[in-house]
Design a protein around this ligand. Sequence first.
Ligand code: AP5
Ligand code: MG
Length: 213
Amino acid sequence: MNLILLGPPGAGKGTQAERLMSRYDIPQLSTGEMLRAAVAEGSDLGKQAKIIMEAGNLVPDDLMIKLISERIGHEDCANGFILDGFPRTTAQAQALDAMLVERDLRLDKVISITADEEALIERISGRFSCADCGAGYHDSFKQPRAEGVCDECGGGNFERRKDDNRETVMARLDTYRKQTAPIIPYYEGDGRLVQVDGMAEITAVGDAIQALL
Ligand code: AP5
Ligand code: MG
């Protein structure tokens, strides 16, 4: 099963990828997470990406295409993969199609998750996570049961993504509108695109995706 999760920042791509991963036993390939790992490592890619990500812009296509082309060749992708955050431009979508043809693979579905912009801003600007185990929390919707203590691992270190502030979220949404939304017709044209309402509850969104696969 080869899937793309497409949608604006905060639509729930990462949240739904987790469900799909366990259901189909295929990896989530999140380009955002790969870039954040490169930033943490301080690699050349990370150094370039850091400033771009903090401004809410896109990392150049050639770097992203190389990253994904290499990643889908890994053994854990033998049964498929879930692309989360790639492709994000028409050039990336075309490069992905070329990669798939070369490997004799095809996309099963492109799942476009939609949501209202105000809700996205609220979801993202309140988001934080446990620095030790990655469990996700939210200032308004999901505080840890005991203040300052992670429900999952008992750790006390929490972190926020550098790009999860209102100003950068607005820039990320603008980038999505201008550079990523235009790839929707690219996939609509040949029937690969399906749409789900990302404003529903997390489990309902997951069920809607399941019904389409
Ligand atoms: P990336 O990490 O991909 O960020 P993003 O697209 O902005 O999306 P998010 O990860 O913030 O949101 P999500 O859709 O995964 O939502 P989530 O499930 O977490 O990219 C970061 C940056 O890297 C980019 O800005 C760019 O600079 C660079 N980059 C990455 N890929 C690139 C590429 N291909 N080319 C160029 N540059 C690239 O959910 C959000 C919150 O909402 C969570 O708190 C969650 O619990 C909650 N939530 C989820 N679903 C629901 C629901 N149904 N109801 C209520 N709450 C919900
Ligand atoms: Mg994500």
